[in-house]
Design a protein around this ligand. Structure first.
Ligand code: ZN
Length: 342
């Protein structure tokens, strides 16, 4: 099959579009003919290499996958060949305490397609049956692939971790990112007021179209000062962080009494610093969030099917241009998802 593979960590140039052997499925697995695979910031980290994490090499990246069932193992009975599906991105042991309580993302063996195992930047990918989720006929593969990682992440952050309430004020950083563009929509659906930031006026216009009530241009304005000004000096109830070092201190300063900062990433660096006095004197909560459960993915998928939430696709490119897509994402030239068509 054709696939994007890298044999060593490095820049976009390590990605090779080449011929590799088809995956072999076990009796309890499903072979999926990939039709679309969306990129995430995770793809960039995996390609560059992460300290303390061993990525199997050679490696096929890609965590957000949609396609058709091509073949099923002998023990698989509930999935039909030809069925249109998306893949739940998280893989876990399936029988530990976390998995048994529906919190697979807290499983010690938790990993993702394109991370601990081969992903969807290929014509075929193998999957456990548990990860196969049917999609309706009217949903395009490109739309389906734009859903899993960012919708699951944003839902888990806002609803499960921060427990966002109607009427609260939410600050969404980097509205043009995959998580940002979805977090705006989920917060609005909850009945919250959304203040969104972006680094360009063009991206702020798009954030407004997604429902953001107020906007901050973080290349020209101070995030914390603006957040305070827009809330009558009170501060926001929830901050959606994934930028990391560059914004962390301002994010903490933007919080109101009892505010919750929830983070799912650190794209600009790991070393967040802040004044601890704010943490205790304002009764703040700092929350980490990593992916979410399959049950939550079913919930967001239902909301997309009901057209209450919408995948935000910046552009669709051929799989052969995966390296070019990595450069676009690295330079933050996109608004929403870049999807590779396979
Ligand atoms: Zn487990």
């Amino acid at each position: 099959m054709k696939a994007v593979v890298f044999n060593q960590h490095g820049g976009p140039e390590v990605l090779q579009y080449t011929e590799v052997p088809d995956p072999e499925i076990a009796a309890n697995e499903v072979l999926v003919r990939v039709r679309a695979c969306a990129l995430n910031h995770l793809d960039l980290w995996v390609r560059r290499g992460l300290p303390g994490v061993r990525i199997p090499l050679p490696h096929i990246p890609g965590s957000d996958i949609a396609g058709e069932v091509a073949r099923v193992g002998n023990l698989v009975s509930d999935v039909r060949v030809g069925e249109r599906v998306l893949l739940s991105p998280g893989l876990s042991c399936g029988h530990c305490q976390a998995c048994s309580s529906g919190a697979e993302n807290r499983c010690r063996k938790y990993t993702l397609f394109g991370y601990g195992v081969d992903g969807g930047c290929a014509e075929y990918v193998k999957s456990p049956i548990a990860n196969i989720i049917p999609i309706p006929p009217e949903m395009k593969f490109e739309e389906a692939a734009a859903i899993p990682v960012v919708f699951l992440t944003a839902w888990h952050m806002l609803i499960t971790r921060a427990q966002l309430q109607p009427g609260e004020d939410v600050l969404v950083l980097a509205a043009g990112s995959g998580v940002g563009s979805v977090a705006i929509q989920i917060a609005k659906l909850t009945g919250a007021r959304v203040i969104a930031t972006a680094g360009s006026d063009a991206k702020l216009v798009k954030a407004r179209e997604l429902g953001a009530d107020d906007l901050i241009n973080h290349s020209k304005q101070d995030i914390a000062e603006e957040a305070k000004r827009l809330t009558g000096k009170r501060g926001v109830d929830v901050v959606i962080e994934h930028v990391g070092e560059a914004t962390w201190e301002k994010s903490v300063l933007s919080l109101a009494q009892n505010g919750r900062l929830v983070t799912c990433g650190a794209t600009t660096g790991y070393n967040g610093k802040f004044d601890l006095r704010y943490l205790f004197s304002r009764n703040l909560s700092l929350l980490g969030s990593f992916m979410g459960s399959r049950a939550e993915l079913y919930t967001v998928l239902k909301l997309v099917i009901e057209k209450k939430l919408h995948p935000v696709i910046d552009r669709v490119m051929p799989l052969a241009e995966c390296a070019k897509a990595h450069v676009l994402l690295e330079n933050r030239e996109q608004f929403g998802k870049i999807v590779l068509k396979v």
